[in-house]
Design a protein around this ligand. Structure first.
Ligand SMILES: C[S@@+](CC[C@H](N)C(=O)[O-])C[C@H]1O[C@@H](n2cnc3c(N)ncnc32)[C@H](O)[C@@H]1O
Length: 182
């Protein structure tokens, strides 16, 4: 996928796009899906949630308000980072969440105890070696709609919404093959 993919308008599904510099267009995750994803990940106030491609910040803001989590959002679009910071301020959680304008392939992921992704399969596949190499064993990973982890099979799949929710835990013993495959 080229660096210049397409960005969706707010309420649209993947498929209706405008220009973007990211690898995936912006499509927000519905609140009820965020809720279910955080429940499957057993989110608590001890957790730090990392949203790779954090858009307008809704995942981390919702999770901070409902589950008391801390959050780090990594987002390539500067205007979305600004929006997320403003929304966090409005929601009163700007002490708990921070948003970084950065390419998620270059992000420091090690602090996360939960990783959230709503990204295309191919993009998740490219992130997989980084996640397996840099996340602490036991880190919980949740994804909506797309599963790009290949031979790293999810330990849970929920099918209660329009699209599936996938859940993984970073294994303690990592097969060399999994570290290297896309
Ligand atoms: C499908 S949206 C998900 C937004 C948010 N996580 C949610 O679930 O509501 C994907 C987001 O990833 C961002 N993105 C795409 N490629 C990126 C990259 N290489 N680095 C950081 N963010 C990226 C897009 O700008 C977009 O906001």
């Amino acid at each position: 996928m080229t660096r210049r993919t397409l960005l969706a308008a707010p309420a649209l599904a993947f498929g209706q796009y405008e220009e973007s510099k990211g690898d995936v267009p912006w499509v927000p995750t519905p609140d009820e899906v965020i809720d279910a994803m955080m429940r499957v990940a057993r989110a608590t106030p001890r957790d730090t949630v990392l949203d790779l491609g954090s858009g307008d910040g809704r995942v981390l803001i919702y999770s901070a308000l409902k589950f008391g989590t801390r959050g780090i959002g990594v987002e390539i679009e500067g205007h979305r980072v600004a929006e997320a910071r403003a929304e966090a301020e409005k929601a009163g959680v700007s002490q708990k969440v921070r948003f970084v304008e950065q390419d998620f392939f270059k992000a420091d992921v090690a602090e996360a105890t939960i990783v959230f992704m709503y990204l295309f399969t191919a993009v998740m596949g490219k992130l997989k070696p980084k996640l397996l190499a840099e996340l602490m064993p036991g880190t919980r990973v949740v994804a909506y709609q797309f599963n790009g982890m290949g031979d790293w099979k999810p330990s849970k799949v929920l099918r209660d919404f329009q699209h599936p929710i996938y859940y993984w835990e970073v294994p303690r013993l990592r097969p060399a093959k999994s570290r290297d495959t896309k």
